[in-house]
Ligand binder design. Sequence first.
Ligand SMILES: C[S@@+](CC[C@H](N)C(=O)[O-])C[C@H]1O[C@@H](n2cnc3c(N)ncnc32)[C@H](O)[C@@H]1O
Length: 244
Amino acid sequence: MFRDTSSCNTYNYGDALYWDARYIQEGGSFDWYQRYSALRPFVRNYFPTSSRVLMVGCGNAVMSEDMVKDGYEDIMNIDISSVAIEMMKRKHVNTPQLKYMQMDVRDMSIFPDESFDGVLDKGTLDSLMCGTDAPVSTSQMLGEVSRLLKPGGIYMLITYGDPRVRMPHLNKPVYNWKIMLYIIPRPGFKKRDGDSSSTRPSLEPIPTTENGLLPTDFILEDPDSHFIYICKKLDETELITNVL
Ligand SMILES: C[S@@+](CC[C@H](N)C(=O)[O-])C[C@H]1O[C@@H](n2cnc3c(N)ncnc32)[C@H](O)[C@@H]1O
């Protein structure tokens, strides 16, 4: 049920036609990496239910629907695949909390600056980073995400990319993001001795180095863990405090 891409195995992940074909072929619904139930502690911690949320690259995941069941009132879902968006529009025609628009995350100019309290990304930056013009696409997407966040707003990125490969993109002064890191084992992961008690994700951020990397002696219990980056757009008072 939970597919994982531990590395890019196709350049097509950045291509709308690839995703259209895939959604036509597969139909139904599918959540990449993790379901809402596993992510809920993080989502609830950082996004009040009254938040205006942007779900980038929603695909046909159940995540947004589950968030509405949990009390979220306003989720704008976008995806480059018109097939996925039309499917999801039909499915949720009677759910006013969920809106769907076909859009490229690299150009979301239809939305004014500072439109959202939170942006959620589960696997979409990862897809762009597998595309043919990955470096350009990545900075276009992150620039747009930063523009759309209100001061104090949160970009939550759920990814297979560890800090060595994600921090150089996220940790750019132009975005004004304070970044925290969490790690969550893949669904169903059991320690070697079969004990799953200590694999529950901690709600304490992982201490990182000055550059946002994992300390050299850090041991990942599950080598295929998922990483949750919480990028908080600093507001003016926090920016001043950071400079002083
Ligand atoms: C790995 S899937 C993740 C889907 C969903 N977020 C989930 O968690 O199951 C990546 C999604 O990003 C979408 N996507 C890829 N490139 C995009 C772009 N440039 N703009 C918007 N969506 C894009 C794809 O259509 C696909 O639905």
